[in-house]
Design a protein around this ligand. Sequence first.
Ligand code: MN
Length: 226
Amino acid sequence: MNIFNLEQPSVPVVGSDERFPVRRIYCIGRNYDKHVAEMGYDVKRSKPFYFGKPADAVVMSGATIDYPPRTANLHHEIELVVAIGKVGSDVAVSEALEHVYGYAVGIDLTRRDLQKVAKDQGRPWETAKGFDQSAPISAIHRASRISHPTKGRIWLAVNGQIRQDAGLNELIWGVAESISELSTLFELAPGDLLFTGTPAGVGPLEPGDEVTGGIEGIDEIQIRIR
Ligand code: MN
């Protein structure tokens, strides 16, 4: 491999020949009440927070993904993904949607056993969240072609069995609030992706599993675990 010839990670854009170049991947933790509860946290005392994945963790819908190493508990988390198209810091909630380029459906794959060790020992989450191929994603749908999502079904099935089934109206922090808060921590820029958190029903995947999911009004996603 020629290290001077590395490929820019990117995601296709629906209705365009252009691809969205991925700069950074941000993710929100604990953004749906019932998921906060299933992870054993107090909903009232738990606030959303951010973590990251490397840009080259993106893998397109339709892919077959190798079951990752060093885990015996790979989990699925279906999520609405926001693609950022405009630079911004300290963005007001009322202006946050102007920074949206588009939306996609993503799966925040998680090595849950490594995450538990990290939580128990106060260690970083990178090995639990930022591994290779840990960010499957659909194509991006431009915000100018669809409406900004505030409701609509978000679901995930494994081998045809529904595991996660909720509504975007259940997001604790909506898209605008999530962008606004993130922009107080980092300068947002075109190419940033924000995984907005998962609803309840997360669970384990096994080699051979066929994973499908979707968000009403946006798109569907499909991956296979090998
Ligand atoms: Mn997640």
